[in-house]
Design a protein around this ligand. Structure first.
Ligand code: PLP
Length: 427
């Protein structure tokens, strides 16, 4: 058996399909976020600006968050030392879970080593505990949710993305007293669109279903205290299970679910991915908690985040770049070709020091390849000007199609983001 050639062939196939992934070797500069150093593989070190981080608010470099981690590591040491049941429950993780329960207005919360694991363990365990459960899953759910649904092993039906009429059709076909779990996301991170959460909660009530929502791309960033779109829309109390991450808007590591005490206690007691894995380090828990606490009281950071995202969208659109419109902080720019998407990303990095990872199949469908830009409050107007100029150069160099000229009259805000205006304002 030629084992080695099997692996080589598998990788060669990905290269053939233009979806072989290459790491970008970065060193973030905590004091000058979003600046970083890029090691290009030839031994050279080059300054770059990161435009595709999921540390959406720059909390990963917040001085108080760093201090919380350093202080806790100094006092408690680094690793947790065990699973939650065998010596790994250090006090900072207990405090973190209380903080999360409070954030979401729920009785309890449970922390996992990642958001991915929290979905895998949360969805599968809840569905396995419900007799003859039917899972109703949105068609564009994240891989971690799909894995959770798969692992549950029960019947599953997929409803068309954000299509509540289709969801209702599927629900109505079931006996009212059958256990049903609706799993969906609040904010879909590749298109930046937002689910009709209230309408879904209405259907759950009407047909006797439970709701499980992934707020990974919204926690920290939406709602009065940063609890997500459910909070913003005033429907958080109608969601049975809220899942989130500590690794994106909160800038740390880990995932969680929040819900009724009985449900959380059951998942805690039955989920192998929780029971048999070492707990998060106490310093990470303390840092994540500090980040949540800060964001509970900083709506100004959320406002600044939304402003920079909108300014980026307007500035790109004004320059004729094909921004895919959406109501969130995600700024996708359409390329529609795997090869060109990768080439655009390479050229941005090499010629302009702008780092934006290409998004190709299977993360998005073939033909929908794009650059996904995530401005933070720390991407100021001057950086946005640099970004727009770099993208225009790359689009021109590679012959990527620009957008059709906009038909509608410009809104005031959009006009302010025309490049000359933005440049003047940034100087
Ligand atoms: C990133 C992501 C996760 C996983 O969270 P991690 O903490 O990064 O493991 C879960 N759901 C969605 C929608 C995500 O985008």
């Amino acid at each position: 058996m030629d084992y080695r050639s099997i692996f080589e062939t598998a990788v060669a196939q990905l290269k053939e399909e233009r979806r072989y992934r290459v790491f970008c070797d970065l060193e973030r500069d905590a004091e000058n976020f979003p600046k970083a150093t890029w090691r290009d593989g030839t031994g050279a070190e080059r300054p770059v600006t990161i435009w595709c981080s999921n540390d959406y608010l720059g909390m990963g470099r917040h001085p108080e968050v760093i201090a919380a981690m350093q202080e806790t590591a100094g006092r408690l040491g680094v690793g947790a030392g065990g699973t939650r049941n065998i010596s790994g429950t250090n006090h900072p993780i207990v405090e973190l879970e209380a903080e999360l329960a409070d954030l979401h207005g729920k009785e309890a919360a449970l922390v996992f080593t990642s958001g991915w694991i929290s979905n895998l363990a949360g969805i599968s365990t809840i569905a396995q505990l419900l007799p003859n459960c039917l899972i109703l899953s949105d068609a564009l759910n994240h891989n971690s949710m799909i894995e959770g649904v798969r692992r549950a092993g029960c019947e599953r039906q997929v409803w068309r993305h954000n299509d509540v009429a289709h969801l209702e059709e599927l629900l109505a076909a079931q006996p009212k007293d059958r256990a049903k779990l609706i799993v969906f996301e609040s904010l879909y991170s590749m298109d930046g669109d937002i689910a009709p959460i209230e309408a879904i909660a209405d259907l759950a009530d009407k047909y006797g279903a439970m709701t499980y929502i992934d707020e990974v791309h919204a926690v920290g960033m939406y709602g009065a205290r940063g609890a997500g779109v459910g909070e913003r829309d005033g429907v958080m109390d109608r969601l049975d299970v809220i899942e989130g991450t500590l690794a994106k808007g909160f800038g740390n590591l880990g995932g969680y679910i929040a819900g009724d005490a009985a449900l959380i206690d059951a998942v805690r007691s039955y989920a192998p991915a929780f029971i048999f894995s070492t707990a998060l380090p106490p310093a990470v828990c303390a840092a994540a908690r500090k980040s949540i606490q800060i964001l509970k009281t900083r709506p100004d950071l959320r406002t600044a985040h939304q402003r920079q995202a909108r300014t980026t969208k307007h500035a790109l659109a004004n320059a004729g770049l094909p921004v895919m419109d959406n109501p969130s902080h995600i700024v996708p720019v359409f390329v529609g070709d795997a090869e060109k998407c990768k080439a655009a990303s390479d050229l941005l990095l090499e010629r302009h020091g702008v780092y934006i990872q290409p998004i190709n199949y299977p993360t998005v469908p073939r033909g929908a390849e794009r650059l996904r830009i995530t401005p933070t409050p720390l991407h100021n107007d001057a950086l946005i000007v640099t970004l727009v100029e770099a993208l225009v150069d790359v689009w021109t160099t590679l012959g990527i199609p620009f957008a059709e000229p906009a038909q509608a009259p410009q809104a005031d805000e959009a006009a302010r983001c025309a490049l000359p205006e933005l440049k003047r304002a940034a100087e």
